[in-house]
Design a protein around this ligand. Structure first.
Ligand code: ZN
Ligand code: ZN
Length: 254
């Protein structure tokens, strides 16, 4: 089985010490390609450097809502120039999105960043990697105004109905390690019903460990457990899931 991890933060400082070993473990598990979105500006150059050192990495650049702060046109301009300079190695704009949990930037600021990055995705003809926390309905309404956009809502945890709306807009649902948690029954029920043509799989490492590794740093090798759990929920083989999600990832990112 060869798998593409559609969302893992390999430029995160928690991998600084041992990234090479993490990637060896990942390759041994069959996870041989990684879509790496950056979360903050300090990771842009780090990721560009990683691309030069390791094969199999697919880069995405953006401003994550956790680090949105105030809206800064200069930072947006730098992001645009960075994507332009690395356009050939860039497979998406992101991670960007909306996060309405406590302590995050205000809604207006987050919407400014989101719409500006919609513009970049359009300008550079790239898909979006979207983060949505307590914000999926507003995100869906924003996407409805921009029918030319494509992408994935990563770490999907919405309803069946929200998943269907995403599918109608040609967006994938990024299914992560949440499916391995017994207390995420609603998510597990939704995933059991989703067509395989609508999903990508992701580890979201180093955050969100699978249930069996709870409390530990997450790694892309854990993606195998996500695929196995999706297969179990759908009553199909893990190979069938792997083939479908790889085809989806390639279709979106390459
Ligand atoms: Zn996210
Ligand atoms: Zn992420």
């Amino acid at each position: 089985m060869h798998l593409i991890d559609s969302h893992c933060h390999l430029a995160d400082s928690r991998f600084d010490e041992d990234l090479a070993t993490v990637l060896v473990r990942s390759r041994q598990a069959g996870v041989t390609q990684w879509v790496v979105p950056v979360a903050q500006q300090c990771e842009w150059e780090k990721l560009a450097d990683l691309l030069r050192r390791e094969a199999g990495i697919l880069a995405a650049y953006g401003i994550h809502p956790w680090y949105a702060g105030s809206f800064e046109p200069d930072t947006l301009e730098r992001l645009s120039l960075h994507i332009k300079a690395h356009r050939k190695q860039t497979v998406a704009v992101g991670e960007c999105g909306l996060d309405f949990s406590a302590g995050k930037a205000d809604v207006r600021t987050q919407l400014c960043w989101l719409r500006a990055q919609f513009d970049l995705a359009e300008q550079y003809q790239l898909p979006l990697i979207l983060h949505a926390h307590k914000s999926l309905d507003i995100l869906l309404a924003e996407l409805k105004n921009r029918p030319s956009l494509r992408g994935v809502v990563h770490g999907f945890s919405g309803s069946q109905q929200q998943a269907e709306r995403l599918m109608e807009m040609n967006f994938y649902c990024g299914i992560g390690t949440g499916v391995t948690w017994p207390n995420r029954q609603r998510l597990r029920d939704v995933v059991a019903q989703l067509p395989l043509s609508a999903i990508l799989v992701e580890s979201d490492a180093p955050d969100q460990p699978v249930f069996a590794m709870r409390g530990l740093r997450n790694e892309p090798a854990a993606l195998v457990s996500v695929v196995e759990e999706v297969a179990r929920l759908q009553g199909v083989s893990a190979d069938e899931v792997a083939i479908a999600v790889n085809a989806n990832a390639k279709e979106l990112f390459q």
